[in-house]
Design a protein around this ligand. Structure first.
Ligand code: AMP
Ligand code: GLY
Length: 430
Protein backbone atom coordinates (compact mmCIF):
# COMPACT_ATOMS: atom_id res chain seq x y z
CA UNK A 1 0.00 0.00 0.00
CA UNK A 2 1.05 3.57 -0.61
CA UNK A 3 0.20 5.87 2.27
CA UNK A 4 0.14 9.65 2.62
CA UNK A 5 0.30 11.31 6.05
CA UNK A 6 -0.65 14.98 6.26
CA UNK A 7 1.11 17.17 8.82
CA UNK A 8 4.55 18.20 10.01
CA UNK A 9 4.77 17.68 13.75
CA UNK A 10 5.78 15.09 16.30
CA UNK A 11 2.39 13.43 15.99
CA UNK A 12 2.94 12.86 12.28
CA UNK A 13 6.49 11.61 12.88
CA UNK A 14 5.11 9.09 15.38
CA UNK A 15 2.50 7.95 12.84
CA UNK A 16 5.16 7.71 10.14
CA UNK A 17 7.55 5.79 12.42
CA UNK A 18 4.84 3.26 13.24
CA UNK A 19 3.40 2.87 9.74
CA UNK A 20 6.91 2.45 8.30
CA UNK A 21 7.09 -0.79 10.35
CA UNK A 22 4.02 -2.28 8.65
CA UNK A 23 4.50 -5.24 6.32
CA UNK A 24 1.62 -3.90 4.25
CA UNK A 25 3.43 -0.68 3.43
CA UNK A 26 5.03 -0.07 0.07
CA UNK A 27 5.68 3.65 -0.07
CA UNK A 28 5.13 6.28 2.60
CA UNK A 29 4.80 9.99 1.86
CA UNK A 30 4.50 12.79 4.39
CA UNK A 31 3.27 16.25 3.40
CA UNK A 32 4.93 18.48 4.33
CA UNK A 33 6.74 16.42 7.02
CA UNK A 34 9.95 17.42 8.78
CA UNK A 35 13.59 16.31 9.06
CA UNK A 36 12.50 13.35 11.22
CA UNK A 37 9.75 12.03 8.96
CA UNK A 38 12.30 11.97 6.14
CA UNK A 39 13.78 8.89 7.88
CA UNK A 40 10.47 7.02 7.59
CA UNK A 41 9.35 7.96 4.09
CA UNK A 42 9.47 10.70 1.47
CA UNK A 43 8.59 14.26 2.40
CA UNK A 44 6.62 16.24 -0.16
CA UNK A 45 6.41 19.99 0.11
CA UNK A 46 2.64 20.38 0.02
CA UNK A 47 0.58 22.23 2.62
CA UNK A 48 -2.14 20.34 4.55
CA UNK A 49 -4.76 22.88 3.47
CA UNK A 50 -3.90 22.90 -0.25
CA UNK A 51 -6.47 20.30 -1.29
CA UNK A 52 -5.75 20.62 -5.00
CA UNK A 53 -2.04 20.01 -4.53
CA UNK A 54 -2.92 17.03 -2.29
CA UNK A 55 -5.16 15.69 -5.03
CA UNK A 56 -2.32 15.88 -7.55
CA UNK A 57 0.03 14.18 -5.10
CA UNK A 58 -2.44 11.35 -4.43
CA UNK A 59 -2.89 10.83 -8.13
CA UNK A 60 0.79 11.03 -9.01
CA UNK A 61 2.00 8.70 -6.24
CA UNK A 62 -0.91 6.27 -6.50
CA UNK A 63 -1.83 6.72 -2.84
CA UNK A 64 -4.18 4.10 -1.33
CA UNK A 65 -4.85 5.69 2.08
CA UNK A 66 -4.57 9.20 3.52
CA UNK A 67 -4.07 9.78 7.25
CA UNK A 68 -4.82 13.33 8.35
CA UNK A 69 -2.80 14.52 11.38
CA UNK A 70 -4.06 18.01 12.33
CA UNK A 71 -7.61 19.30 12.78
CA UNK A 72 -7.47 22.17 10.31
CA UNK A 73 -7.89 20.24 7.04
CA UNK A 74 -10.58 18.07 8.65
CA UNK A 75 -12.62 21.04 9.84
CA UNK A 76 -12.04 22.58 6.39
CA UNK A 77 -13.54 19.46 4.80
CA UNK A 78 -10.69 17.50 3.24
CA UNK A 79 -12.59 14.25 3.65
CA UNK A 80 -15.68 15.74 1.96
CA UNK A 81 -13.42 17.07 -0.82
CA UNK A 82 -12.19 13.53 -1.51
CA UNK A 83 -15.71 12.08 -1.51
CA UNK A 84 -16.96 14.71 -3.95
CA UNK A 85 -14.12 14.18 -6.41
CA UNK A 86 -14.43 11.58 -9.19
CA UNK A 87 -10.73 10.70 -9.01
CA UNK A 88 -10.42 10.63 -5.22
CA UNK A 89 -13.75 9.33 -4.02
CA UNK A 90 -12.66 5.72 -3.43
CA UNK A 91 -9.43 6.60 -1.63
CA UNK A 92 -9.96 6.26 2.11
CA UNK A 93 -9.28 9.25 4.32
CA UNK A 94 -8.66 8.57 8.00
CA UNK A 95 -10.26 11.50 9.79
CA UNK A 96 -13.90 12.61 9.94
CA UNK A 97 -15.83 14.63 7.40
CA UNK A 98 -16.80 18.21 8.15
CA UNK A 99 -19.88 17.13 10.13
CA UNK A 100 -17.89 14.89 12.49
CA UNK A 101 -15.03 17.39 12.75
CA UNK A 102 -17.54 19.77 14.33
CA UNK A 103 -16.93 17.85 17.56
CA UNK A 104 -13.74 19.89 17.67
CA UNK A 105 -14.59 22.75 15.29
CA UNK A 106 -17.52 24.03 17.35
CA UNK A 107 -17.62 23.90 21.17
CA UNK A 108 -21.32 24.76 21.02
CA UNK A 109 -21.98 21.78 18.74
CA UNK A 110 -19.95 19.42 20.94
CA UNK A 111 -21.67 20.59 24.14
CA UNK A 112 -25.13 20.18 22.55
CA UNK A 113 -24.10 16.73 21.35
CA UNK A 114 -22.90 15.71 24.82
CA UNK A 115 -26.08 16.96 26.42
CA UNK A 116 -28.28 15.22 23.88
CA UNK A 117 -26.54 11.87 24.32
CA UNK A 118 -26.03 12.07 28.10
CA UNK A 119 -22.26 12.26 27.97
CA UNK A 120 -21.13 13.65 31.35
CA UNK A 121 -19.83 17.21 30.95
CA UNK A 122 -19.86 20.54 32.78
CA UNK A 123 -23.11 22.56 32.87
CA UNK A 124 -23.00 25.24 30.20
CA UNK A 125 -24.78 27.83 28.08
CA UNK A 126 -23.88 29.47 24.77
CA UNK A 127 -24.11 33.20 24.04
CA UNK A 128 -23.84 35.57 21.08
CA UNK A 129 -23.59 39.35 20.69
CA UNK A 130 -27.37 39.58 21.00
CA UNK A 131 -27.46 37.67 24.28
CA UNK A 132 -24.50 39.32 26.03
CA UNK A 133 -26.65 40.40 28.97
CA UNK A 134 -27.91 36.86 29.45
CA UNK A 135 -24.27 35.81 29.48
CA UNK A 136 -23.60 38.23 32.34
CA UNK A 137 -26.60 36.77 34.19
CA UNK A 138 -25.40 33.20 33.61
CA UNK A 139 -21.96 34.09 35.01
CA UNK A 140 -23.70 35.29 38.17
CA UNK A 141 -25.14 31.78 38.67
CA UNK A 142 -21.68 30.15 38.63
CA UNK A 143 -18.94 29.87 41.24
CA UNK A 144 -15.44 31.05 40.29
CA UNK A 145 -13.27 30.22 38.44
CA UNK A 146 -15.21 31.05 35.27
CA UNK A 147 -14.57 29.12 32.05
CA UNK A 148 -15.13 30.97 28.73
CA UNK A 149 -14.61 29.18 25.43
CA UNK A 150 -14.60 30.62 21.94
CA UNK A 151 -16.89 28.38 19.88
CA UNK A 152 -14.56 27.93 16.89
CA UNK A 153 -10.93 26.92 16.36
CA UNK A 154 -8.57 29.43 17.95
CA UNK A 155 -5.21 27.67 17.70
CA UNK A 156 -5.57 26.32 21.25
CA UNK A 157 -5.90 29.81 22.74
CA UNK A 158 -9.68 30.16 22.82
CA UNK A 159 -10.26 29.01 26.41
CA UNK A 160 -10.05 31.54 29.25
CA UNK A 161 -10.24 30.60 32.91
CA UNK A 162 -10.82 33.61 35.15
CA UNK A 163 -11.02 33.96 38.92
CA UNK A 164 -12.81 37.27 39.03
CA UNK A 165 -16.36 37.81 37.77
CA UNK A 166 -15.61 41.36 36.60
CA UNK A 167 -12.75 39.98 34.46
CA UNK A 168 -15.01 37.22 33.17
CA UNK A 169 -17.65 39.78 32.10
CA UNK A 170 -15.05 41.99 30.46
CA UNK A 171 -13.56 39.06 28.53
CA UNK A 172 -16.99 37.81 27.49
CA UNK A 173 -17.75 41.26 26.08
CA UNK A 174 -14.39 41.41 24.32
CA UNK A 175 -14.91 37.96 22.75
CA UNK A 176 -18.46 38.70 21.55
CA UNK A 177 -18.37 42.43 20.76
CA UNK A 178 -14.71 42.99 19.76
CA UNK A 179 -14.11 39.60 18.11
CA UNK A 180 -11.19 38.86 20.46
CA UNK A 181 -10.67 35.52 18.69
CA UNK A 182 -11.99 36.69 15.32
CA UNK A 183 -14.89 34.68 13.91
CA UNK A 184 -14.12 31.90 16.41
CA UNK A 185 -15.68 33.95 19.21
CA UNK A 186 -18.92 34.87 17.41
CA UNK A 187 -20.39 32.39 19.89
CA UNK A 188 -19.02 31.81 23.38
CA UNK A 189 -19.62 28.80 25.60
CA UNK A 190 -19.59 29.52 29.33
CA UNK A 191 -19.32 26.49 31.54
CA UNK A 192 -18.88 25.30 35.08
CA UNK A 193 -15.32 24.75 36.25
CA UNK A 194 -14.48 21.10 36.81
CA UNK A 195 -12.20 20.12 39.68
CA UNK A 196 -10.13 17.00 39.22
CA UNK A 197 -7.17 15.51 37.38
CA UNK A 198 -7.03 15.79 33.62
CA UNK A 199 -6.22 13.03 31.15
CA UNK A 200 -6.86 12.13 27.54
CA UNK A 201 -8.42 8.99 26.18
CA UNK A 202 -8.11 8.18 22.48
CA UNK A 203 -10.53 6.18 20.40
CA UNK A 204 -10.15 4.84 16.89
CA UNK A 205 -13.47 4.19 15.18
CA UNK A 206 -14.79 3.04 11.81
CA UNK A 207 -18.19 4.48 12.68
CA UNK A 208 -19.54 1.11 13.83
CA UNK A 209 -16.99 -0.37 16.22
CA UNK A 210 -14.10 1.18 18.09
CA UNK A 211 -10.82 0.47 19.83
CA UNK A 212 -9.87 2.39 22.96
CA UNK A 213 -6.21 3.30 22.60
CA UNK A 214 -3.86 3.85 25.56
CA UNK A 215 -4.70 6.86 27.74
CA UNK A 216 -2.17 9.64 28.32
CA UNK A 217 -1.56 12.68 30.44
CA UNK A 218 -0.27 15.85 28.84
CA UNK A 219 1.72 18.69 30.45
CA UNK A 220 0.40 21.93 29.00
CA UNK A 221 2.25 24.71 30.84
CA UNK A 222 5.71 25.92 29.86
CA UNK A 223 7.07 26.00 33.43
CA UNK A 224 7.89 23.28 35.92
CA UNK A 225 5.21 22.62 38.52
CA UNK A 226 2.56 23.52 35.87
CA UNK A 227 3.33 27.24 35.89
CA UNK A 228 3.51 29.91 33.20
CA UNK A 229 1.89 30.11 29.78
CA UNK A 230 0.00 27.37 28.01
CA UNK A 231 1.80 25.55 25.21
CA UNK A 232 0.91 22.89 22.66
CA UNK A 233 2.15 20.37 25.23
CA UNK A 234 5.49 19.86 26.96
CA UNK A 235 5.36 16.16 27.69
CA UNK A 236 3.18 13.08 28.02
CA UNK A 237 2.93 9.90 30.05
CA UNK A 238 1.06 6.75 29.03
CA UNK A 239 -0.61 4.91 30.71
CA UNK A 240 -1.99 7.19 33.42
CA UNK A 241 -1.87 5.76 36.97
CA UNK A 242 -5.13 7.39 38.08
CA UNK A 243 -6.94 5.97 35.05
CA UNK A 244 -7.03 2.35 36.11
CA UNK A 245 -9.05 -0.38 34.45
CA UNK A 246 -12.20 0.45 36.42
CA UNK A 247 -12.00 4.12 35.43
CA UNK A 248 -11.41 3.33 31.75
CA UNK A 249 -14.40 0.96 31.88
CA UNK A 250 -16.50 3.89 33.17
CA UNK A 251 -15.17 6.03 30.33
CA UNK A 252 -16.15 3.34 27.86
CA UNK A 253 -19.69 2.96 29.22
CA UNK A 254 -20.46 6.60 30.00
CA UNK A 255 -18.51 8.40 27.28
CA UNK A 256 -17.26 6.24 24.41
CA UNK A 257 -20.41 4.18 23.75
CA UNK A 258 -22.84 7.14 23.95
CA UNK A 259 -20.48 9.14 21.71
CA UNK A 260 -20.33 6.46 19.00
CA UNK A 261 -24.09 5.83 19.28
CA UNK A 262 -24.76 9.57 19.16
CA UNK A 263 -22.70 9.99 16.01
CA UNK A 264 -24.70 7.17 14.42
CA UNK A 265 -28.01 8.67 15.47
CA UNK A 266 -26.97 12.03 14.02
CA UNK A 267 -26.13 10.29 10.74
CA UNK A 268 -22.46 11.22 11.07
CA UNK A 269 -20.27 8.55 9.48
CA UNK A 270 -17.14 9.10 11.58
CA UNK A 271 -13.96 7.28 10.57
CA UNK A 272 -10.88 8.28 12.44
CA UNK A 273 -9.56 9.21 15.84
CA UNK A 274 -11.54 10.83 18.63
CA UNK A 275 -9.46 12.50 21.31
CA UNK A 276 -11.50 12.80 24.49
CA UNK A 277 -10.19 15.37 26.97
CA UNK A 278 -11.42 14.25 30.38
CA UNK A 279 -11.44 15.33 33.96
CA UNK A 280 -11.34 12.56 36.54
CA UNK A 281 -13.61 14.11 39.19
CA UNK A 282 -13.45 11.84 42.25
CA UNK A 283 -13.34 8.76 40.05
CA UNK A 284 -16.07 9.93 37.65
CA UNK A 285 -15.22 10.99 34.08
CA UNK A 286 -16.42 14.38 32.83
CA UNK A 287 -15.71 15.38 29.24
CA UNK A 288 -13.86 18.68 28.81
CA UNK A 289 -13.65 18.51 25.06
CA UNK A 290 -13.52 16.33 21.98
CA UNK A 291 -10.88 16.67 19.29
CA UNK A 292 -11.25 15.07 15.88
CA UNK A 293 -7.63 13.92 15.72
CA UNK A 294 -4.86 12.56 17.92
CA UNK A 295 -3.12 14.80 20.47
CA UNK A 296 0.40 16.10 20.25
CA UNK A 297 2.56 15.15 22.21
CA UNK A 298 0.23 12.38 23.48
CA UNK A 299 0.54 10.51 20.17
CA UNK A 300 4.29 10.22 20.68
CA UNK A 301 3.65 8.29 23.93
CA UNK A 302 0.50 6.43 22.82
CA UNK A 303 1.43 5.14 19.35
CA UNK A 304 4.69 3.46 20.44
CA UNK A 305 2.62 1.53 23.03
CA UNK A 306 0.51 -0.06 20.29
CA UNK A 307 1.97 -3.47 19.49
CA UNK A 308 -0.32 -4.24 16.53
CA UNK A 309 0.13 -3.06 12.97
CA UNK A 310 -1.31 0.49 12.84
CA UNK A 311 -1.74 0.37 9.07
CA UNK A 312 -3.82 -2.79 9.43
CA UNK A 313 -6.00 -1.02 12.01
CA UNK A 314 -6.39 1.99 9.70
CA UNK A 315 -7.43 -0.31 6.88
CA UNK A 316 -10.00 -1.70 9.27
CA UNK A 317 -11.30 1.84 9.72
CA UNK A 318 -11.40 2.42 5.97
CA UNK A 319 -13.31 -0.81 5.26
CA UNK A 320 -15.41 -0.81 8.44
CA UNK A 321 -13.84 -4.06 9.62
CA UNK A 322 -12.10 -2.61 12.66
CA UNK A 323 -13.86 -5.16 14.90
CA UNK A 324 -11.97 -7.95 13.09
CA UNK A 325 -8.56 -6.37 13.57
CA UNK A 326 -5.98 -7.40 16.10
CA UNK A 327 -5.25 -4.77 18.70
CA UNK A 328 -2.62 -5.30 21.41
CA UNK A 329 -0.69 -2.86 23.50
CA UNK A 330 2.69 -2.86 25.17
CA UNK A 331 2.54 -3.02 28.98
CA UNK A 332 5.56 -0.84 29.59
CA UNK A 333 5.20 2.84 30.42
CA UNK A 334 6.10 5.44 27.81
CA UNK A 335 7.14 8.96 28.70
CA UNK A 336 7.62 11.80 26.24
CA UNK A 337 9.66 14.90 27.00
CA UNK A 338 9.26 17.82 24.59
CA UNK A 339 12.27 20.00 23.79
CA UNK A 340 11.35 23.52 22.72
CA UNK A 341 13.00 26.65 21.32
CA UNK A 342 14.08 29.30 23.86
CA UNK A 343 11.29 31.88 24.22
CA UNK A 344 8.46 29.50 23.26
CA UNK A 345 5.42 29.87 23.55
CA UNK A 346 6.34 33.52 22.95
CA UNK A 347 8.77 34.66 20.24
CA UNK A 348 11.60 32.33 19.29
CA UNK A 349 14.22 31.98 16.58
CA UNK A 350 14.07 29.27 13.91
CA UNK A 351 16.91 27.81 11.85
CA UNK A 352 19.25 26.96 14.73
CA UNK A 353 21.58 24.05 14.03
CA UNK A 354 21.01 20.86 16.03
CA UNK A 355 23.74 18.45 17.11
CA UNK A 356 23.95 15.20 19.05
CA UNK A 357 20.97 13.41 17.48
CA UNK A 358 23.12 10.35 16.69
CA UNK A 359 24.19 10.00 20.31
CA UNK A 360 20.70 9.00 21.51
CA UNK A 361 20.42 5.22 21.83
CA UNK A 362 17.76 4.36 24.45
CA UNK A 363 14.94 6.64 23.28
CA UNK A 364 12.95 7.45 20.17
CA UNK A 365 13.51 11.02 19.02
CA UNK A 366 10.40 12.29 17.26
CA UNK A 367 10.88 15.57 15.42
CA UNK A 368 8.21 18.19 16.12
CA UNK A 369 9.64 21.26 14.43
CA UNK A 370 12.76 20.66 12.35
CA UNK A 371 13.86 20.87 8.74
CA UNK A 372 16.95 20.28 6.68
CA UNK A 373 19.27 23.10 5.79
CA UNK A 374 21.47 21.32 3.28
CA UNK A 375 22.32 18.11 5.12
CA UNK A 376 22.06 19.74 8.56
CA UNK A 377 19.01 19.48 10.84
CA UNK A 378 17.88 22.91 12.06
CA UNK A 379 15.06 24.01 14.37
CA UNK A 380 11.85 25.03 12.63
CA UNK A 381 9.24 25.56 15.33
CA UNK A 382 8.46 26.22 18.98
CA UNK A 383 8.37 22.56 19.80
CA UNK A 384 11.46 20.93 18.30
CA UNK A 385 11.66 17.31 19.51
CA UNK A 386 9.51 14.88 21.47
CA UNK A 387 11.64 12.22 23.12
CA UNK A 388 9.90 8.99 24.01
CA UNK A 389 11.35 6.29 26.25
CA UNK A 390 10.04 3.11 27.79
CA UNK A 391 10.41 1.83 31.34
CA UNK A 392 8.87 -0.43 33.95
CA UNK A 393 8.25 2.69 36.02
CA UNK A 394 7.65 6.33 35.06
CA UNK A 395 10.93 7.19 36.73
CA UNK A 396 12.91 4.71 34.67
CA UNK A 397 11.32 5.87 31.42
CA UNK A 398 11.58 9.58 32.04
CA UNK A 399 15.21 9.33 33.20
CA UNK A 400 16.04 7.96 29.74
CA UNK A 401 14.15 10.81 28.05
CA UNK A 402 16.02 13.40 30.13
CA UNK A 403 19.36 11.76 29.35
CA UNK A 404 18.54 11.95 25.63
CA UNK A 405 17.49 15.59 25.97
CA UNK A 406 20.92 16.30 27.46
CA UNK A 407 22.64 14.75 24.44
CA UNK A 408 20.73 16.78 21.88
CA UNK A 409 21.95 20.34 21.60
CA UNK A 410 20.87 23.61 20.01
CA UNK A 411 21.18 27.15 21.22
CA UNK A 412 18.59 28.07 23.89
CA UNK A 413 17.12 24.58 24.17
CA UNK A 414 14.59 24.14 26.98
CA UNK A 415 12.54 21.28 28.37
CA UNK A 416 10.62 20.64 31.57
CA UNK A 417 12.56 18.45 33.98
CA UNK A 418 9.45 17.48 35.96
CA UNK A 419 7.49 15.47 33.39
CA UNK A 420 5.80 12.58 35.21
CA UNK A 421 6.93 13.74 38.65
CA UNK A 422 3.36 14.37 39.86
CA UNK A 423 2.40 10.85 38.79
CA UNK A 424 5.37 9.16 40.44
CA UNK A 425 3.99 10.46 43.74
CA UNK A 426 0.61 8.84 43.09
CA UNK A 427 -0.27 5.23 43.78
CA UNK A 428 1.30 2.65 41.53
CA UNK A 429 -0.34 1.24 38.41
CA UNK A 430 -2.73 -1.61 38.94
P1 AMP B 1 -9.98 22.99 25.85
O1 AMP B 1 -9.42 23.79 24.72
O2 AMP B 1 -11.46 22.87 25.87
O3 AMP B 1 -9.25 21.68 26.00
O4 AMP B 1 -9.56 23.76 27.19
C1 AMP B 1 -8.22 24.02 27.47
C2 AMP B 1 -7.92 23.64 28.89
O5 AMP B 1 -8.70 24.40 29.78
C3 AMP B 1 -8.26 22.19 29.23
O6 AMP B 1 -7.26 21.33 28.84
C4 AMP B 1 -8.47 22.26 30.71
O7 AMP B 1 -7.21 22.23 31.38
C5 AMP B 1 -9.06 23.61 30.90
N1 AMP B 1 -10.52 23.53 30.98
C6 AMP B 1 -11.39 23.60 29.95
N2 AMP B 1 -12.65 23.49 30.38
C7 AMP B 1 -12.60 23.34 31.71
C8 AMP B 1 -13.58 23.19 32.74
N3 AMP B 1 -14.89 23.18 32.48
N4 AMP B 1 -13.15 23.06 34.00
C9 AMP B 1 -11.83 23.09 34.30
N5 AMP B 1 -10.86 23.25 33.38
C10 AMP B 1 -11.24 23.37 32.11
N1 GLY C 1 -1.81 18.07 23.47
C1 GLY C 1 -3.06 18.66 23.27
C2 GLY C 1 -3.53 18.68 21.88
O1 GLY C 1 -3.00 18.03 21.00
O2 GLY C 1 -4.51 19.36 21.63
Amino acid sequence: MNVLILGSGGREHAFAWKIAQSKQLQNLYIAPGNAGTANCGTNVNVSVNDFEAIKNLVWEKDINLVLVGPEDPLVNGIHDYFLQDEVLKDIPVIGPKKDGAQLEGSKDFSKQFMQKYNVPTARYATFTKESLNNGYDFLETLEPPFVLKADGLAAGKGVLILEDIADAKRELKSMLMDAKFGAASTKVVIEEFLKGIELSVFVLTDGKSYKILPAAKDYKRIGEGDTGLNTGGMGAVSPVPFADEAFIKKVEEKVVKPTINGLNKEGIDYRGFIFIGLMNCNGEPQVIEYNCRMGDPETEAVIPRIKSDLLDLLQGVATQTLDKKKYDTIEEIATTVVMVSGGYPGDFTKGIEVSGLNHVKDSIVFHSGTKFNGDKVVTNGGRVFAITSFGKTIEEAVTKSFAAAEKINYDKKYYRKDIGRDLIKLKSFN
